[in-house]
Design a protein around this ligand. Structure first.
Ligand code: FES
Ligand SMILES: [Fe+2]
Length: 428
């Protein structure tokens, strides 16, 4: 439970807020590379951390991210002409390069130097692995991009918009205990159905669905925190699910065996009540894809990008008959598809979940831990200027998560040290 003030501090990321300042210390995924498919293509409206921005790809192929309002008299640069390495406002013809510098001011006399004094808000961008990253922070020279394995070895990116605050979207990714209910609650693993058999083919899966109590082991890391969820396996072994949280909003869920798991999910605030979820996945064909359902065609509206077809406006297309009678993955909820179940339930917590009225239990240990980390890092930055974790340590993001069975007497953290390192072993 948080106070109303703490909840506000945790969740709000607009300009000038403590958590917004924390977010702006890091590179953030802003636009998909394929949203700007070619030089001088149409600009795209991007809302990020509650700022309205215009993304455009220049004649030479670079990406610019510039404030929506032209510094002259505020016309939207969305209507701009994307030409000759700059974006030209169509109101009076002022033109800006990707640094925001006004480079042409045809409405002023030719001898005027006024244009050199006009600069639009603009954020540096870098492209990697199918994502245009941006840095919205105060540094003249941005820190390095974080070393995210799947984003560096592949361009497999899945995006979907979630209609709620980023923190609850992220907390869902850290909540291992919901799986047995929300997703698996109706599956009868003893009935010999094809579905049950498919699950049980994974030797370790049966440990996850056992009703044995779960022990959460929490670990501090350089970039945030991890847990190992420990369940009894055989007489002399434990089954562990290791999950990583990295500042500011990356999660690595234990969806696969630890040596094959290098996915990262980033929950990036569009504004305080909308989140863009970015899943950077490994190219490994042996892994089940964590893909999403269909999205509606993108529109040019601020909130028009990657909106799922199944959404809260249609009650996630819940089927009460399926909910009552079905024994498949869709049966417990009546909502089709794991990603729809997650998103539907996360949005149902409210635009911004009121954490002053919740009742946390023992399986919420990681959620509690990460909230505390975020709040104290935002305060430390706000009050003392302390740079938050990971900003200048890109290599500390080289981590994997996943599942493993180990002898009971072994220390899980020590025993998985090498397996948790990225760019090693099986996956790539
Ligand atoms: S408002 Fe953009 S050039 Fe005048
Ligand atoms: Fe889930």
């Amino acid at each position: 439970m948080l106070s109303i003030e703490e909840n506000g501090l945790l969740t709000r990321t607009g300009p000038g807020t403590p958590m917004g300042s924390l977010m702006r210390q890091y590179w953030l995924p802003a636009v998909r590379t394929d949203e700007l498919p070619e030089p001088d293509c149409p600009p795209v409206r991007i809302r990020l951390l509650s700022e309205n921005l215009i993304a455009f790809r220049t004649s030479s192929g670079k990406v610019g991210l510039i404030g929506n309002h032209c510094p002259h008299r505020g016309a939207s640069l969305f209507y701009g002409r994307n030409e000759e390495d700059g974006l030209r406002c169509v109101y009076h013809g002022w033109k800006y390069d990707i640094t925001g510098q006004c480079v042409d001011m045809p409405s002023e006399p030719p001898e005027s130097t006024f244009k050199s004094k006009v600069k639009a808000t603009a954020y540096p961008c870098e492209e990697r692995g199918g994502i245009v990253w941006t840095y919205m922070g105060p540094r003249e020279t941005p820190p390095p991009l974080p070393d995210l394995e799947s984003n560096m070895v592949a361009a497999n990116v899945v995006t979907q918009q979630i209609e709620c605050n980023w923190v609850q979207a992220m907390e869902n990714n850290m909540d291992t205990s919901h799986g047995n209910f929300l997703h698996l609650g109706a599956v009868d693993f003893n009935n010999g159905s094809a579905l049950a058999d498919a699950f049980l083919k994974d030797q370790t899966f049966k440990y996850m669905i056992s009703q044995e109590p779960l022990t959460f082991l929490l670990f501090d890391t350089e970039t945030g925190a991890s847990y190992a969820a420990q369940r009894p396996a055989e007489k002399d072994t434990y089954y562990y699910r290791i999950m990583n949280y990295h500042f500011p909003s990356y999660t690595q869920s234990p969806t696969n065996k630890i040596e094959t798991a290098c996915d990262y999910t980033a929950e990036v605030p569009i504004d305080d009540t909308h989140t863009m979820q970015w899943i950077m996945t490994s190219p490994d064909p042996r892994k089940p894809s964590g893909g999403h359902g269909r999205t509606l065609p993108n529109t040019t509206e601020w909130l028009g990008r990657f909106r799922p077809e199944v959404n809260s406006a249609n009650d996630m297309e819940i089927d009460r008959h399926v909910q009552r009678y079905d024994r498949t993955l869709d049966g417990y909820t009546g909502i089709q598809g794991i990603e729809n179940q997650d998103r539907g339930i996360t949005e149902s917590q409210g635009d911004i979940q009121d954490r002053s009225t919740e009742h946390l239990g023992s399986t919420d240990a990681m959620v509690i831990k990460v909230r505390r980390l975020l709040i104290s890092a935002a305060k430390a930055l706000d009050e003392e200027g302390t740079v938050p974790p990971g900003v200048d340590r890109p290599e500390a993001y080289r981590r994997r998560s996943g599942t493993i069975v180990l002898p009971k007497e072994v220390d899980v953290w020590e025993a998985t040290k090498v397996l948790r390192e990225a760019f090693k072993g099986v996956v790539v």
